[in-house]
Structure formats: structure tokens, C-alpha cells
Design a protein around this ligand. Structure first.
Ligand SMILES: Nc1ncnc2c1ncn2[C@@H]1O[C@H](COP(=O)(O)OP(=O)(O)OP(=O)(O)O)[C@@H](O)[C@H]1O
Ligand SMILES: [Mg+2]
Length: 462
């Protein structure tokens, strides 16, 4: 019994010991579990912190990227809009000639859209462009722009002049060239007008000197010729008397002169002499015109007087045309008086009307028509002379203001009419004379005169 109690007590002690040990182990386990948990928590929070930092950095980087992209796009659009708003044609090409840029001016000038051009070979889509592959190659190879000035191009049936520059393009990733084309037709026109004026000025000076030198001997030749003709005429009683005093038969002499065509030669000399005198008279207009005063002038009155003058002249020299010719007059009553030389303007208008009549006669029109009109377009007065004559091709119209240029047969024209007119309008009145003509259809001359001249005040109509 005691033993049993002892065993039981020992068992109890063992169990208690075991329990105590288990408890300690559990406590230790719990302790280490807690420590691990704490460690884990620490690690987790440090990871979370670094993730948060990483995500912040990422977000910032993304934001920066978004801003940079937006700025880049903006800059790209800005540059594009600069390139597109330039009046020059700008074409970007690769060294092989493939198009990389095609601005709005290029679209407008060629009718080829950007989409149709990008990526294609320049010479395939626009073979008329006067830029050679050699020019592009040279610009890229030498890293120097290549330039060609005043290149003539035929575009949509009209002749234009362009300046072409090929700029080499060298960047890290891209090599190529930018072709810039500028339309300089207007500059070319102004240059040739200035040249024209210079030519006319020097012609004027020459004319002033020559005219007197030629006029006097010419007058003597014509006078003597007239005397010779008169003294050979059998009708003159004085001639009869002088001939019979020498035993000469005037009738026989006259027959001889006729048989040998001498009278015809003399008549030819007279015509040629008068023609020479007419040329000299025209040339004198240059020197005289510079001394004429500009006075308040009614352009409508001058125009009407010129028409009346021409009607009479046409009636005498072209009676068949006169019978059918209609001259329409349309004058703008709002035109004020303005400083001009009425005589000179009349000279110009008569020249234009005469040319118009000659062109119509040559065209043999069923309904010959000349229209003359004035318009008040402040600060200018405009006057137009329009005809339905033979018209001119571009080659002729380019030369018509050149002194002595004429397409008329010898004896028909001196070729001075329009060059004098040009001088009077541009030099004396600071205006413009322009022509627009279509072969076989007709011609229009447009004169633009400033209503005010330096040192003159314009006036109201009377
Ligand atoms: N209205 C027109 N229609 C067609 N051609 C014209 C017209 N006006 C001028 N021309 C052309 O311009 C040329 C030059 O004209 P311009 O008046 O200077 O000389 P011209 O008429 O030949 O001679 P001039 O006037 O001295 O008698 C003419 O020969 C003609 O070919
Ligand atoms: Mg003429």
C-alpha cells in the first residue's frame, strides 16, 4: 500500500516533471516563435518601406516621362507648325533621296499630299523638281549647303523662277538633306523691270544726243529729195523753160525716168526718209517727256480723247476695220483728278489702241472689239485696254517693252511704241504697265497709276 502510494507519488512527480519540462519547452517555443514573428514583421515593414520608396521613384519617373513626352510632342508640333507656316517649300530627304519631310508649302505647290510623299523617292513623285541627286550628294559629302539661283521652272503652263538650297543634315542618328525652294518670280520680274528702266534711261540719253544730230541732215536730205522730184516734174512751168533752153525734151526725159524706174526709186527714198524721221521723232519723245510737268488730270477725259483720236486714225488707215470695229468705253466717275501729264498719257493710250487695232485686223475678227475702262482703286487709278486680236505667246509678251522689238513687217512698226509707253508710265508717273495675253484670243494691257505723286496734292473731280 505504501509502495503503491510511493509509486503513485513518483509517477505523479514524473508527470509533473514532464509537464513542467513541456511547459518550459512550449514557453521556449513560444518565445522563439514570437522572436521569429517580430523578425518577420520587421523585415516585412522594411520591405514594404523599400517597395513604397521604389514605387514612389517609379511614379516620379513615370510622371517625368509623361511631362517630357508631352514637351517633346509640343516641341515637335511647334517645329512642324513653324516648318508648315513657312512660305518656302521644305523637303527632307535621306541620302538615297527618300522623302522624310514634306511641308504645307510643298503640298500647295505640287498638289502632292504629305502622306503620298513620305517614304517615297523624291524624283519618282516629283520629277520636275530641279534638284539633282548630285546636288544632294555633294551637300552631304562636303557638309556645305549647295545653292542655285533663278532656276526657271515651267509649272501649270506658266514660267516661274525659284531659288534652290540644299542644306546637309548631320545628327547622331540621321544623315540627309533639307531642300528649300523659294519662288522668286516677283523678284525676277522686278529685276527685269529695273533693267528695262535702265535700258530705257540710257536710250533716252542716247536719243537726246542723237536726235538733233540726225534730224538736221535728215531734214536736208528730205528737203533736197523733194526739190529733185519737183524739178523733174514735167508739169512745172519752170522746168519746161529750163529744159527747152538746153534743147531737152521734158516729155522724153519723163518717159526715160519712168522707163528706168527712177521715179519709183525716188518715192522709195522719200518713204524711207520719212520713216527715219518718225523714228527720230519717237526717240525725241524720251528726252522731251522728262521735262513735261505733271498737272491735275482727268483720266476719263484723256481716255475718251484718245479713243476719238484713234477712231479718226483707224477710219483713214484701216477703213474696212473701222466699219465693223466696236470700241466700248466704261469710265469710273469716282476717279479724282490726279497729277499726271495728259499729253503723255494720251500718247500711251493711242499706242495701246493702235496696237489693239492692228492685232484685231491681223486676227480678221467677225466682231472686232476694243474695250477701254477706268477704275478708282485708291490709292491708284487703273486703266485697261482690252482687245480680241491675235494675242501673243509668252516669248513675245516677254519682249514687248524692249526698245525696237516688233513683230510687224518692215514699215509697219518701229517697235518703240510700248517701250516709250513703259517709260512714261514707270519713270514719269511711278506707275505700272502690265500685260496679259492669250494667243488667238486677245490681249489686255493694265496701267496702274498712283493718285498721289511726291510733292503733289490730289484734287476732287470738277
Ligand atoms: N494688243 C496687242 N496684241 C498683240 N500683240 C501686241 C499687242 N500690243 C503689242 N503687241 C506686240 O508687241 C510688239 C511691240 O509693240 P510696240 O507698240 O512696242 O511696237 P510696234 O507696234 O511693233 O511698233 P510701233 O508701235 O512703233 O508702231 C508688237 O510688234 C506686237 O508684236
Ligand atoms: Mg505699237
Amino acid at each position: 500500500m505504501l509502495l503503491a502510494a510511493l509509486v503513485l507519488a513518483a509517477l505523479e512527480s514524473i508527470i509533473i516533471l514532464i509537464l513542467l519540462r513541456n511547459r518550459r519547452r512550449r514557453r521556449q517555443a513560444l518565445h522563439s516563435l514570437r522572436a521569429t514573428l517580430e523578425l518577420l514583421e520587421k523585415r516585412l515593414s522594411s520591405r514594404t518601406e523599400s517597395w513604397r520608396q521604389a514605387s514612389d521613384t517609379l511614379e516620379q519617373a513615370e510622371q517625368r516621362h509623361r511631362i517630357t513626352t508631352a514637351l517633346l510632342n509640343e516641341t515637335k508640333e511647334y517645329l512642324n507648325s513653324i516648318i508648315n507656316s513657312m512660305p518656302s517649300i521644305m523637303i527632307g530627304v535621306t541620302p538615297s533621296g527618300h522623302v522624310t519631310h514634306w511641308n504645307a508649302a510643298a503640298e500647295l505647290a505640287t498638289g502632292i499630299r504629305e502622306k503620298q510623299a513620305l517614304g517615297f523617292r523624291l524624283h519618282e513623285i516629283h520629277p520636275d523638281l530641279p534638284v539633282t541627286t548630285a546636288m544632294i550628294d555633294e551637300a552631304i559629302a562636303n557638309s556645305e549647303p549647295r545653292m542655285q539661283e533663278n532656276v526657271k521652272v515651267e509649272h501649270m503652263n506658266s514660267t516661274r523662277y525659284v531659288d534652290i538650297t540644299v542644306y546637309p543634315l548631320h545628327s547622331l542618328e540621321l544623315t540627309g538633306a533639307v531642300i528649300r525652294v523659294d519662288d522668286v518670280t516677283l523678284r525676277q520680274k522686278l529685276d527685269s523691270m529695273m533693267l528695262q528702266n535702265e535700258k530705257l534711261k540710257s536710250l533716252g540719253e542716247l536719243a537726246a544726243g542723237m536726235a538733233h544730230e540726225i534730224n538736221n541732215p535728215l531734214a536736208a536730205i528730205l528737203q533736197s529729195l523733194q526739190n529733185v522730184q519737183r524739178r523733174l516734174s514735167p508739169q512745172q512751168p519752170g522746168n519746161q523753160a529750163a529744159a527747152s533752153a538746153l534743147g531737152l525734151d521734158m516729155k522724153l526725159l519723163h518717159n526715160y525716168l519712168e522707163a528706168r524706174d527712177i521715179n519709183r526709186f525716188l518715192a522709195g527714198m522719200e518713204t524711207a526718209g520719212h520713216r527715219a524721221a518718225e523714228i527720230v521723232r519717237h526717240m525725241l519723245e524720251f528726252s522731251r517727256s522728262s521735262s513735261r510737268q505733271l498737272e491735275p488730270t482727268n483720266l476719263n477725259t484723256v481716255a475718251h480723247a484718245s479713243v476719238e483720236f484713234m477712231r479718226n486714225a483707224i477710219e483713214l488707215s484701216m477703213p474696212a476695220l473701222h466699219a465693223k470695229l466696236v470700241i466700248e468705253e466704261d469710265y469710273d466717275n469716282r476717279l479724282p483728278l490726279f497729277p499726271a501729264s495728259g499729253i503723255e498719257l494720251q500718247q500711251v493710250l493711242v499706242n495701246l489702241l493702235k496696237n489693239a487695232a492692228q492685232a484685231i485686223q491681223e486676227a480678221k475678227r467677225e466682231k472686232p472689239l476694243i474695250q477701254i475702262s477706268t477704275r478708282h482703286i485708291p490709292p491708284y487709278a487703273e486703266i485697261r485696254v482690252e482687245d480680241n486680236g491675235i494675242g501673243m505667246n509668252i516669248n513675245t509678251s516677254r519682249q514687248i517693252f524692249d526698245p525696237f522689238f516688233t513683230t510687224k513687217t518692215v514699215g509697219q512698226g518701229t517697235g518703240l511704241g510700248l517701250s516709250i509707253s513703259h517709260f512714261i508710265i514707270s519713270q514719269r508717273h511711278h506707275g505700272r504697265i502690265e500685260v496679259s495675253s492669250t494667243p488667238e484670243v486677245g490681249t489686255t494691257f493694265i496701267l496702274t497709276l498712283p493718285l498721289q505723286q511726291p510733292g503733289h496734292a490730289s484734287e476732287k473731280p470738277e
